[in-house]
Design a protein. Structure first.
Length: 258
């Protein structure tokens, strides 16, 4: 994967866009800062690090426009990248409710790896890529959503993810969060990420979390996720490249909304 400077360009353009929207009194700007300490770095069934990582994020929302900056820092020397920023992603999207209960969103996500992380003596994570995505969500029971991402840089692949979620208020100070997601990749995507030349179901994920509001704008969420791979060929590819075909992992996220 080749390096890209798109995150800087996206951030500058997004900042200018938000600044230009200052006169829209009807639109409210919401800023959320997250910091997660997690026992592993897992993405679409790929276990990039099976030891502790720090994953900070900043999200700005205004009038349907969303800007998200997300990073991963290895906290150990598992991949010879301890204490370094191994990934930095910038996502710019715009969404709106088309007709109740349907919500649509589209955008661009740029992935970069400022400091390559070594998985073994021959495999390195480095460079970056860019994806375009469209997403649809229904404001119904289980909040079903479908996101389709098209890589336009490194893999030219297609990845689709179905998500379901439900929240159950246990008390005014505790909300149980349940989630499921499943992903599918086309031949180009699977060849690039799993060395498997064929369409296949990729990952499945079950998550349980507990949202604990500490004050009006601060929430702590301990969560646990089990990730697995549906397809045997994808499992074999994952074992060869990442050393894991399933994993139970979790952590704690602190969110502050401004």
């Amino acid at each position: 994967m080749k390096p890209t400077r798109w995150p800087i360009l996206v951030a500058i353009c997004a900042g200018c866009t938000l600044a230009g929207m200052g006169g829209l009194h009807a639109a409210e700007t919401v800023v959320t800062a997250d910091a997660a300490v997690v026992s592993a770095f897992v993405w679409r069934g790929q276990v990039y690090n099976d030891e502790a990582v720090l994953e900070p994020a900043l999200t700005v929302e205004r009038g349907g426009l969303t800007i998200n900056v997300w990073g991963n820092l290895d906290l150990t020397d598992r991949n010879d990248a301890g204490g370094r920023l191994t990934e930095l992603d910038v996502t710019l999207g715009y969404g709106r409710e088309v007709v109740a209960p349907l919500y649509l969103e589209a955008g661009v996500a740029v992935f970069t790896c400022p400091h390559a992380a070594r998985l073994d003596d021959e495999t390195f994570l480095g460079g970056g890529t860019t994806e375009l995505y469209v997403a649809a969500e229904l404001d119904l029971l289980l909040q079903p959503s479908l996101t389709v991402s098209r890589d336009i840089d490194a893999s030219d692949g297609l990845y689709a993810q179905l998500e379901l979620g439900h929240e159950l208020e246990l008390s005014p100070k505790a909300t149980l969060q349940l989630g499921f997601s499943g992903g599918w990749g086309n031949a180009d995507s699977n060849l690039f990420y799993f060395d498997v030349d064929g369409h296949a179901l990729n990952d499945g994920n079950l998550t349980v979390g507990l949202a604990l509001p500490l004050r009006q704008n601060v929430t702590v969420v301990p969560a646990l996720t089990y990730t697995w791979l549906w397809d045997s060929a994808i499992e074999s590819g994952a074992l060869g490249l990442y050393g894991e075909k399933d994993l139970l992992w979790g952590g704690v996220t602190v969110s502050i909304t401004l």
